[in-house]
Design a protein around this ligand. Structure first.
Ligand code: NAG
Ligand code: NAG
Ligand code: NAG
Ligand code: NAG
Ligand code: NAG
Ligand code: NAG
Ligand code: NAG
Ligand code: NAG
Ligand code: NAG
Ligand code: NAG
Ligand code: NAG
Ligand code: NAG
Length: 565
C-alpha cells in the first residue's frame, strides 16, 4: 500500500491517469493513449487494463443482459500487469489477482465445486510451443485456496494452460501435452522426429487421482490434421499436430474435445476413449455449414447435447481461412447427421480473424458472450448473433484466452486499503480488492485507535476506489474506514491511519474482520454490483442511514471508468 505521504506530483500523476480514462473512444482506439491503457489508484497498486466501450451498453440493451461480473486474464507483451482480473459489466475493476500474488493465466473461470462457486486459476510455466505445465488453484468466496488440481501420473507433465472444467460429479477436466519421439517420414518430417501428443485427464478433485486419461496419438492419425511439421518436428520444437484446447463432458459420460489443428471437435466414448463421431475437419461425421470451422476453440455442449457452441478463429498466425472469426451455435441432428448453424456472431467492428485463443459462452438467455482471443476485445451478441455491446481492453499486444460472465460474490480476508493524502484539504481513498458486496464506506475517527466515532458515510456501489474529504474539525489522531454492504452488514475495517505521520495501527480487537463471509449466503441475494439494470445506487439506501451526529455529505467519485454514455 502506498504511503499516505505520497508527493503532490504522484497525486497529480494519478489524477491525470483518471483524466485519461475520460477521453474519447477514438484516442483509445487509435493507440494515442498507448498500446495498453491502464488505470491507477491511490489506495492500491492495482493497474488493471482500462476498457474502451466501443459499442456502449445503452438503456435498450441493459434489460437484454444477464447478471454477473466479467472475468478476463489479460496477457501479451504490451500488458502492464498480466493477471486474472474481475470487472463489473461496465469495466470497473472488482479484483486484480496480481495483488493477491497471481500472475499470467489462461484457463480462468468461475466453476461450481461441491455446490459452491470457486474461482479456478491456472498458474504455471508457459512453453514457447504454445502450451504449458502447471496447476489450477480453486479459490472460495473469501479468495482462500481450497483446491489445487493438476495431472496425475503423467511423469512430471503438469496441467496445461488450455482447459480446466469442473463436472457435475466434482471431477476436473484438464489437458496436457507430451513430446515423444516418432518417425515422421509419413508426415513430411524426419525419421528421428518429435511429435506432441495432446492428452486430457479427468481428475477426482478431492483425491487428485485420474479417473480417465486420453492420448490423441492412440486415436487420431496425424494425417487427419491440417498442420504439417514445417520447421517443427525436432526435439526442441516438437510437431504439434493436434493441439487440444477444450474438453467438455456430457450427461452420458462422453467427452467433447476440440482439436485446433484438425479443425475438428471429437466426441469420445467415456469408457474406452474411442471416437464416436467427428464434427468438422477432413472426416466429419456431420455435413452442413455447422461442420465448417477453422483453428477453433472452446467446443461446448448445450440443450441436452443437441447443440454445440464453438469459437471459430478463422485463422492461425500463418494461415487465414475466413473473413472473420465467428461465434457459432450449431444444431446437431443425429438422425441424418447434419450440422446447421443456429446462430452466428460476427464482430461488428473492425475486427477480422483471431489468430489464436477465444471463446463463446452461451448465457442463460441465449446471448453469446465472446472473447475474441488474441484481439483485446470482448462483447456480447444476442441469440441471433446481433451485437449488443463490445469493449476493447487494449490496442497492441494484449490478449485474453477467454472472457466469461459469471455470478461471483467475493469477501476478501485482506483488510480494506485506506490512504490519507493532504493537499490543501485532506482526502481519504478507500478500496477493497475483490469485495463485491460493498455498498457504503463509513469514515471513523479515533484518538487512541480503539474508541471510534462515526464521521460520515459515502456510497461505494460499483466503484473500485472511493475518495472523500476528511472533515478538518473536529480532527482525530487516527482515521479508519469500515465497509458495509447494502443492508448495513459490516464487512470489514481498515487499519487506523495517523492523520499526521506514517503510523498505521491494526483494527481494534473488537473490530472483527471480514464478517461478511459469515453472511455470504444471506447477503448473496442482495448483491447489487452485478446487476445489469439501471443505476444500482438506490440499493445502498439502507446503508446511507445517519450513523452519527457528525454526518457530512461526501460525494462519491467514479475514479477509473471509461464508460462512454
Ligand atoms: C474458504 O476456505 C478457507 C480455507 O479452507 C476456510 O477457512 C473458509 O471458511 C472458507 N470460506 C468460505 C466462505 O467458504
Ligand atoms: C499447487 O500445486 C503445485 C504442484 O502441482 C505446487 O507447485 C504449488 O505450490 C501448489 N500451490 C498451492 C497454493 O497450493
Ligand atoms: C511422454 O513421452 C515420453 C517419450 O515418448 C514417454 O516416455 C512418456 O511415457 C510419455 N509420458 C506420458 C505421460 O505419456
Ligand atoms: C457422474 O457419475 C455418474 C455415475 O458414475 C455417471 O453416470 C455420469 O456420467 C457422471 N457424469 C459426469 C458429467 O461425469
Ligand atoms: C436428453 O437426450 C436423451 C437422448 O440422447 C434423452 O433420452 C433424454 O430424455 C433427454 N433429456 C432431456 C431432459 O430432454
Ligand atoms: C435432417 O433432418 C432435419 C429434421 O430432423 C431436417 O430439417 C433437415 O432438412 C434434414 N437434413 C437433411 C440434409 O436431410
Ligand atoms: C474502424 O475502421 C474505420 C475505418 O478505417 C475507422 O474510422 C474507425 O475508427 C475504426 N474503428 C475502431 C473502433 O477501430
Ligand atoms: C442501443 O444499442 C444498440 C446496440 O448497439 C443499438 O442497436 C441501438 O440503436 C441503441 N439504442 C439507442 C437508443 O441508442
Ligand atoms: C460498475 O461500476 C460503475 C462505477 O464505475 C458503476 O457506475 C456501474 O453502475 C457499475 N455497473 C454495474 C453493472 O454494476
Ligand atoms: C475525488 O477525485 C476526483 C478526481 O479523480 C476529484 O475530481 C474529486 O474532487 C475528488 N473528490 C473529493 C471529495 O476529494
Ligand atoms: C504519529 O501520530 C500518532 C497519532 O496521530 C501519535 O500518537 C504518534 O506519537 C506519532 N508518532 C510520531 C513518531 O510522531
Ligand atoms: C456477523 C454478521 O454480520 N452477522 C449478521 C448476519 O446476518 C444477520 C441477518 O441475516 C445479521 O443479523 C447478523 O448481524
Amino acid at each position: 500500500m502506498p504511503s499516505r505521504r505520497q508527493t503532490v506530483a504522484t497525486l497529480a500523476g494519478v489524477l491525470s491517469a483518471h483524466v485519461v480514462s475520460a477521453q474519447t473512444d477514438e484516442s483509445y482506439s487509435s493507440g494515442a493513449l498507448g498500446a495498453a491503457p491502464y488505470s491507477t489508484f491511490v489506495s492500491t497498486n492495482a493497474t488493471p487494463p482500462l476498457w474502451n466501450h466501443v459499442l456502449p451498453i445503452n438503456d435498450t440493451i441493459k434489460p437484454q443482459l444477464t447478471s454477473g461480473l466479467i472475468f478476463i486474464g489479460p496477457r501479451g507483451t504490451a500488458t502492464h500487469q498480466a493477471a486474472p482480473y474481475i470487472y463489473n459489466q461496465t469495466g470497473e475493476l472488482v479484483w486484480d489477482g496480481s495483488l493477491d500474488g497471481y500472475t499470467q493465466t489462461m484457463a480462468y473461470s468461475v466453476q461450481q465445486y461441491r455446490n459452491k462457486s470457486v474461482l479456478a486459476i491456472w498458474q504455471g510455466q508457459f512453453n514457447a510451443g504454445g502450451y504449458g505445465s502447471g496447476y489450477n488453484l480453486l479459490l472460495n468466496e473469501t479468495y482462500q485456496v481450497v483446491g489445487n488440481v493438476t495431472t496425475d501420473n503423467l511423469a512430471g507433465i503438469g496441467a496445461d494452460i488450455h482447459e480446466f472444467k469442473i463436472t457435475s460429479n466434482n471431477t476436473a477436466l484438464l489437458t496436457a501435452y507430451n513430446a515423444t519421439q516418432l518417425d515422421l517420414t509419413s508426415y513430411e518430417g524426419s525419421a528421428d522426429g518429435y511429435i506432441l501428443t495432446s492428452m486430457y485427464q479427468e481428475i477426482d478433485i478431492a483425491t487428485g487421482a485420474s479417473l480417465f486419461t486420453w492420448n490423441s496419438l492412440d486415436h487420431v492419425d496425424p494425417n487427419e490434421c491440417y498442420v504439417s511439421p514445417g520447421s517443427s518436428g525436432t526435439q526442441s520444437l516438437p510437431w504439434d499436430y493436434f493441439h487440444i484446447n477444450s474438453v467438455d463432458k456430457d450427461s452420458k459420460g462422453n467427452y467433447l474435445v476440440s482439436s485446433r489443428h484438425c479443425h475438428t471437435a471429437y466426441y469420445i466414448d467415456g469408457t474406452n476413449g474411442a471416437i464416436m463421431w467427428k464434427l468438422g475437419g477432413k472426416n466429419s461425421s456431420f455435413t452442413g455449414e455447422g461442420s465448417e470451422f477453422y483453428f477453433q476453440h472452446d467446443a461446448r455442449f448445450h440443450a441436452n447435447d443437441t447443440q454445440v457452441s464453438i469459437f471459430d478463429n478463422g485463422a492461425t498466425s500463418w494461415e487465414t481461412s475466413e473473413a472473420t472469426a465467428r461465434g457459432l451455435l450449431i444444431d446437431l441432428n443425429y438422425s441424418n447427421m447434419t450440422a446447421t448453424l443456429a446462430a452466428v456472431a460476427i464482430p461488428y467492428y473492425n475486427l477480422t480473424v483471431a489468430e489464436s485463443q477465444g471463446n463463446v459462452q452461451i448465457q442463460e438467455n441465449g446471448n453469446m458472450m465472446i472473447g475474441w482471443g488474441q484481439n483485446p476485445w470482448l462483447g456480447e451478441h444476442n441469440s441471433e448473433g446481433t451485437p449488443l455491446w463490445a469493449a476493447q481492453f487494449g490496442v497492441g499486444d494484449v490478449q485474453s484466452y477467454r472472457a466469461h460472465r459469471s455470478i461471483w460474490n467475493g469477501y476478501p480476508t485482506t483488510l480494506p486499503s485506506f490512504v490519507i493524502q493532504s493537499n490543501g484539504s485532506t482526502t481519504g481513498y478507500a478500496s477493497w480488492n475483490g469485495a463485491t458486496e460493498m455498498a457504503v464506506w463509513e469514515l471513523l475517527g479515533s484518538n487512541d485507535a480503539s474508541a471510534v466515532v462515526s464521521l460520515a458515510n459515502t456510497s461505494a456501489v460499483g466503484i473500485f476506489e472511493t475518495n472523500f474529504t476528511i472533515p478538518s474539525s473536529p480532527s482525530y489522531s487516527y482515521y479508519q474506514v469500515r465497509a458495509l454492504d447494502s443492508r448495513e452488514f459490516s464487512l470489514g475495517y481498515s487499519n487506523f491511519i495517523s492523520s499526521s505521520n506514517d503510523t498505521v495501527l491494526p483494527p481494534a480487537a473488537t473490530q472483527k474482520p471480514a464478517v461478511g463471509a459469515a453472511n455470504a449466503t444471506t447477503v448473496a441475494s442482495s448483491a447489487s454490483s452485478q446487476a445489469t439494470g439501471s443505476s444500482s445506487a438506490s440499493t445502498s439506501g439502507a446503508g446511507t442511514t445517519k450513523r452519527a451526529s457528525l454526518l457530512v455529505t461526501i460525494s462519491a467519485v467514479i475514479t477509473a471508468c471509461l464508460c462512454a454514455s
